[in-house]
Design a protein around this ligand. Structure first.
Ligand SMILES: NC(=O)c1ccc[n+]([C@@H]2O[C@H](COP(=O)([O-])OP(=O)(O)OC[C@H]3O[C@@H](n4cnc5c(N)ncnc54)[C@H](O)[C@@H]3O)[C@@H](O)[C@H]2O)c1
Ligand SMILES: [Zn+2]
Length: 402
C-alpha cells in the first residue's frame, strides 16, 4: 500500500468597504473592485425585488454607472430581479435562473455576479456564483443591517431544502463586499432592528467593550440613530471577519461554531414559524435563552444576565415567541449537531466577551429556561396592561428579571 499525503493551503483576501452612494459619480469604490485588474469584465447584477421596489431610482443609477464606466466594465442589462427574502432560498428555480444567465451571456470565471440585497438574496446568489463554472467572482452589496454586519462578510452561501435552513450550500469567500449605508434609509424598522441581534451576539462572545457600547447605546439603537448604527455595523462586521480569519477554522471543519451562539434555537424558531419571525429576531430570543442557560450553569453572573436582557429589550426585541413552546429541545440539538458534523457543541458564555463550548447539554434545564422566558413575557404583558390602566405607574424592570 502506498499513501501520498496531499497538502496545500489557499490564502484568501478580500476587501470589505463601507461607503455611501456607491453608484454615484463621485464614488470610485465599486469601480475599483470590478475593474481593478483591467480586464473589462462582464458583470451580471442580481437585485433583491424589494430593494428595487423601495428604491425605484436604483435601475437608473445602475444604468448611469454602466454607461459612465463602459470602457472599464461591461454591466449586463437588464439585471436579474430576484425574489427578496427567504422565498429566493426556498425556491430552487431562483438559483437556476442565475446559472442560465451565466451560460447565456457567456460569463467566465473572471466575470462578476454583483448581488444587491438582504442576506437571503446574497446567500442564494452567492451559491449560484460559487457553483457556476465552479466559481464566478462574487461581489456582495448588502442592503440590510444583518447582511452588512454579518451575512455579507462571511464565507458561506446556500439555500434551503427539505424544509431545513441552509441545507444546500458551500463555503466560498466573496471577491469583495461593498456596503452602501444609503440602503438602510428606507429599510423597514423591523429589518433595521433584527440585524442588531448579531452585534449583541458577537460582542457577547468576543468583545466586552463592544457589549458595553451596545448596552450604553441601546436607546439610540432603538431609535436607529445613524451614527451609532454605522459604528455598530462596522464593529460587528469587523469582529465577524476577525473571527473567520483567526479562529483557525474558517470553513468549519471542526464541530464548533462560535458565531452560532444563540442560533440553535433561532434556526428552529425560524423553521417553526415558517419565516414569520425574522432571523435576527429569532437570534435575539436564542441569545436570551443561551444566556439564561449560561447563567444557570454559573458561567455568567446575575448582573451580566440582567444587562444582556436589558440590552436586547432596550433595543426593542421581544424575548419570547409562542413557537418556543413547540421546540423539541433534544431533536433540535440533534439537528444542529447533524448540520455541523461531529459531536454536539453549543457555544455558551464564559463571562461577557468570552465563550466556552459545551458538549453535554441538559435538555430539561433548557426547558426550564424557556419557561423562564415565557413567565417574564407574561409579567411584561401584565405590567403593560397595568401601565395602560395607570399611565403614571413607575416602571419596575427589576421584578421582571429571573
Ligand atoms: N451566509 C451567512 O453567513 C449568513 C449569516 C447570517 C444570516 N444569513 C442568512 O441571511 C438571511 C437573512 O438576511 P436578512 O436579515 O438580510 O433578511 P432578508 O434577506 O430576508 O431581507 C429581509 C427583507 O427585507 C427586504 N430588503 C432587503 N434590503 C432592503 C432594503 N434596503 N430596503 C427595503 N427592503 C429590503 C428583503 O427583500 C426581505 O423582504 C437568512 O436567510 C439567513 O440564513 C446568512
Ligand atoms: Zn445569524
Amino acid at each position: 500500500m502506498k499513501t501520498i499525503q496531499q497538502h496545500f493551503t489557499v490564502a484568501y483576501s478580500f476587501p470589505v468597504i463601507f461607503t455611501s452612494d456607491a453608484f454615484g459619480a463621485g464614488s470610485a469604490a465599486l469601480l475599483r473592485v470590478l475593474a481593478g485588474e483591467g480586464e473589462r469584465p462582464r458583470v451580471l447584477t442580481v437585485i433583491d425585488s424589494k430593494v428595487l421596489r423601495i428604491n425605484p431610482d436604483l435601475l437608473e443609477k445602475l444604468n448611469r454607472f454602466a454607461a459612465d464606466h463602459s470602457a472599464e466594465v461591461e454591466i449586463l442589462v437588464p439585471p436579474l430581479v430576484m425574489r427578496g427574502g427567504e422565498a429566493c432560498k426556498n425556491e430552487p428555480g431562483e438559483v437556476e435562473k442565475i446559472h442560465a444567465l451565466v451560460e447565456r451571456h457567456g460569463l467566465c470565471r473572471h466575470s462578476f455576479i454583483l448581488a444587491i440585497g438582504g442576506g437571503a438574496v446574497l446567500d442564494a446568489a452567492g451559491f449560484a456564483a460559487a457553483t457556476a463554472h465552479r466559481g464566478v467572482r462574487l461581489v456582495r452589496m448588502p442592503t440590510t443591517t444583518l447582511s452588512m454586519n454579518d451575512a455579507g462578510v462571511g464565507v458561506k452561501n446556500g439555500v434551503n431544502a427539505f424544509g431545513r435552513k441552509n441545507f444546500t450550500g458551500c463555503f466560498a469567500p466573496p471577491f469583495a463586499v461593498v456596503n452602501d449605508f444609503d440602503f438602510l434609509r428606507l429599510l423597514p424598522a423591523r429589518e433595521l432592528r433584527a440585524g442588531i441581534a448579531e452585534a449583541v451576539k458577537v460582542a457577547l462572545i468576543r468583545d466586552r467593550a463592544f457589549f458595553d457600547f451596545l448596552y450604553a447605546s441601546r436607546a439610540l439603537l432603538a431609535a436607529f440613530e445613524s451614527e451609532v448604527m454605522q459604528r455598530m455595523i462596522v464593529r460587528c462586521a469587523e469582529l465577524h471577519l476577525e473571527h473567520i480569519a483567526t479562529s483557525g477554522d474558517p470553513f468549519e471543519f471542526g464541530s464548533s461554531r462560535p458565531l452560532d451562539f444563540g442560533h440553535w434555537s433561532a434556526h428552529k424558531l425560524e423553521e417553526l414559524t415558517q419565516g414569520e419571525i425574522r432571523h435576527g429576531e429569532a437570534v435575539a430570543i436564542g441569545i436570551a435563552l443561551d444566556s439564561l442557560y449560561s447563567f444557570e450553569l454559573g458561567m455568567i453572573g446575575e448582573l451580566d444576565l440582567r444587562r444582556i436582557l436589558a440590552t436586547l429589550e432596550g433595543i426593542g426585541f421581544q424575548l419570547y415567541h409562542l413557537a418556543l413552546e413547540w421546540v423539541d429541545v433534544e431533536k433540535s440539538l440533534r439537528q444542529f449537531q447533524e448540520h455541523l458534523g461531529g459531536e454536539l457543541s453549543i457555544p455558551l458564555l464564559d463571562g461577557i466577551g468570552a465563550r466556552s463550548d459545551r458538549h453535554d447539554i441538559d435538555a430539561a434545564l433548557y426547558r426550564k429556561c424557556i419557561k423562564t422566558l415565557a413567565s417574564r413575557r407574561n409579567q411584561t404583558e401584565k405590567s403593560d396592561d397595568r401601565k395602560k390602566l395607570q399611565p403614571d405607574l413607575p416602571g419596575d424592570p427589576g421584578h421582571l428579571l429571573p
